[in-house]
Design a protein around this ligand. Structure first.
Ligand code: MF3
Ligand code: CO
Length: 252
């Protein structure tokens, strides 16, 4: 069941999203060669709790940390580790969920560590554009879920030839971390295609691979890597459909 949110509830999710956005901005200064993914997680955890939020990934289905830190060929759900040290040319996606006063927001960005190759930078730029295009598609009059999916998929695959992850999707968010509906980054007649009505709050999160769309699950039960070992990027915002259009809720 899709749980639409009222104005007051959207205000709450926006407040949660602001803490999350500030946290991602803080990490932009912090992430550099020599820093471990555990350090990144620690900084984020500390930032969120100092701002009275709860890092909602921690303990979710037994997940062990405050953030998911996914480096290079890790697409999502990378587990922070003291042994994993970032080096020049790496990319790292940091996926964070914050609960504030009971309202949940979800956002991700892929950071470039020092100078990355032109090829990898391009993948990152295109993935971010996919997110922007998905959000813009939601703005269309009488838009449906498929308009978002199509905008993301066309830009990533049709225009740039990148692999689009199919095994994981965006989702409803706000009262819980994962709510209905699913927000796929590909078009399929098998997926429900709800109308985007005012009060709908969703996380749009393109996961785009340089090579194949196929992924493999690691034995730790969390880490998801690209099947071919090529890099992947991930950008995510929580947005609300309102009477007057679309609002991004994970902004500073
Ligand atoms: N933030 C992730 C998402 O976008 C959820 C991570 S859940 C965790 O769906 F348990 F892995 F942290
Ligand atoms: Co999400």
């Amino acid at each position: 069941m899709i749980q639409l949110k009222n104005r007051h509830e959207i205000d709450g999710i926006r407040k949660s999203g602001a803490v999350l956005a500030e946290c991602l901005l803080m990490l932009d200064d912090f992430i550099k060669p020599g820093v471990s993914t555990w350090d990144v997680d620690h900084m984020a955890h500390d930032f969120i709790t100092r701002h009275h939020g709860i890092p909602s990934c921690l303990g979710y289905c037994g997940y062990p940390n405050a953030t998911c830190t996914s480096v290079n060929d890790t697409v999502i759900h990378g587990i922070p580790s003291k042994k994993e040290i970032l080096k020049e040319g790496d990319i790292i996606s940091v996926d964070i969920c914050v609960t504030l006063d009971g309202f949940v927001s979800d956002s991700t960005r892929t950071y470039e560590v020092g100078k990355v190759s032109d090829e990898v930078h391009r993948l990152n730029v295109v993935t971010r554009e996919c997110l922007d295009l998905g959000i813009a598609a939601a703005e269309k009059k009488n838009a449906r879920m498929e308009d978002i999916s199509k905008a993301v998929f066309n830009h990533a695959f049709k225009e740039n030839g990148y692999g689009v992850v199919r095994d994981y999707t965006g989702h409803g968010v706000g009262f819980d971390l994962h709510e209905e509906p699913e927000v796929p980054n590909f078009v399929s007649p098998l997926m429900p295609n709800p109308r985007l009505r005012p009060g709908l709050v969703i996380a749009i999160e393109p996961m785009v691979n340089m090579g194949t769309w196929k992924i493999k699950d690691m034995r730790d039960g969390w880490t998801v890597k690209t099947a071919d070992g090529k890099p992947a990027c991930h950008w995510e915002h929580t947005i609300a459909i309102t009477e007057s259009g679309v609002e991004i809720l994970t902004l500073p």
